[in-house]
Design a protein around this ligand. Structure first.
Ligand code: MLT
Length: 394
């Protein structure tokens, strides 16, 4: 008889964002016609940039003509997109060869898939609060997870202390959910720590485009990172691809463990397990990295930054302490005194129809906190901020 992967029994019954969708769905069922102010899951509200739409249309037309038609795409990514991504890094002084860039269907897919490269016996270190998929993907893989809690005492930016041991470390900067972003010296400490013990950093750079201050956008801006890090990035938040799905992963050629090249292993994996990402989507993705595309996606990011400012103003006026919002599209606030994060979620939904994300969904140390996404519709965000201010000042 077949034995299923018994590790699934160790998962919570439902995934955080699925559970929130169920709760908001139940609210709408009992309040038909109610309008919800959605600032829960980090899903974008602005459409794709015109340059991307034009490229997608052109690519559809290419597929209609024998001479420009594409069948299977190269499994690791079309050369034109791998080169475009390498060119994007080069602008920040990070030199990559295009074959160190792998095109993916998005960061969340890739964060799970890439675990194929690592033995189950490796211990995964996850600093919390954390994007819950890091934890769940490792539970599914049956891997031991070490939790490193963070909080206001270290500005949600934990560093490797003496005696810390792990094999695989997740770093997300700017961070989901707290919005905290590491500086160069802090990332250098993680790189030195990983190189000293042969550990590997999985660096989630999905929110790099939101950095406004002088902070590293990529782990590869840190000397030494090429021998200890893989970077996973996505166009979901940068360029509104949440529903379109496209991302990229950087694996340096120097990165080796146990005598094996991780870049070569990932080539082997992709050529076996995928037939590449669609030509049409990759053309749309390449348009993001053109001058025009960059200008247009930055315009959308400017709108989301204004959403962040609007929410931060309301929290300032209500005297609520918060983190993030400056270099990240998330605001991480302390729940009103004595209130757990799911209770605060219920209160906001019931009283002012605002949907956010309870901090407890990001790990036990998130229980006293609450996350707002700033990707919502600007008019809805303004209204939500006004409603919240009235509620919190009561
Ligand atoms: C979030 O809300 O944390 C993200 O949108 C989830 C994701 O990127 O999958």
């Amino acid at each position: 008889m077949l034995t299923p992967n018994l590790s699934y029994a160790n998962l919570k019954e439902s995934y955080l964002f699925h559970h929130i969708a169920e709760k908001t769905g139940a609210y709408l069922e009992s309040h038909p016609g109610a309008h919800l102010y959605r600032m829960g899951i980090g899903d974008v509200s602005l459409p794709l940039a015109p340059a991307v739409i034009e490229a997608l249309h052109r690519a559809v037309d290419d597929q209609a003509v024998k001479e420009s038609f594409h069948g299977y795409m190269p499994e690791c990514g079309a050369p034109f997109l791998r080169e475009a991504v390498a060119g994007y890094y080069a602008k920040r002084g990070v030199r990559l060869s295009p074959d160190e860039v792998f095109v993916s269907s998005g960061a969340s897919d890739e964060l799970g898939d890439i675990l194929d490269l690592f033995d189950r016996k490796n211990r995964a270190l996850i600093m919390e609060p954390a994007y819950p998929a890091y934890v769940d993907a490792n539970i599914m893989a049956g891997r031991e997870i070490l939790h490193l809690s963070s909080g206001p005492e270290n500005q949600f930016l934990p560093l490797p202390e003496d005696g810390l041991e792990a094999d695989l470390v997740y770093l997300c900067s700017p961070n989901n959910p707290t919005g905290a972003a590491y500086g160069r010296d802090q990332l250098s400490r993680w790189v030195a720590w990983a190189n000293a013990r042969g550990a590997l950093i999985l660096f989630d750079a999905a929110y790099e485009a939101f950095i406004a201050e002088d902070l590293p956008h990529s782990i590869f801006e840190i000397p030494g990172a090429r021998t200890c890090a893989i970077e996973i990035c996505s166009l979901s938040k940068t360029a509104g691809f949440t529903g379109t799905r496209l991302g990229y992963t950087v694996i340096p050629k120097e990165l080796e463990r146990g005598g094996l090249s991780l870049n070569a292993m990932w080539v082997r994996n992709r050529t076996t397990k995928t037939n590449g990402i669609s030509y049409i989507l990759q053309r749309g993705g390449a348009a993001v990295f053109t001058e025009e595309g960059q200008r247009q996606v930055r315009e959308n990011i400017r709108v989301y930054r204004e959403n962040a400012r609007c929410l931060m103003r309301a929290l300032d006026q209500a005297g609520i302490r918060y983190w993030g919002g400056r270099n990240a599209p998330y605001i991480w606030m302390r729940c009103p005194e004595g209130m757990g994060s799911w209770d605060f979620f219920d209160l906001l939904l019931r009283e002012i129809q605002v949907v956010g994300t309870p901090g407890a969904g990001f790990g036990a140390c998130g229980e006293d906190f609450f996350r707002f996404s700033t990707f919502g519709d600007p008019a809805d965000t303004r209204e939500a901020a006004a409603r919240m201010l009235r509620l919190l000042k009561k």
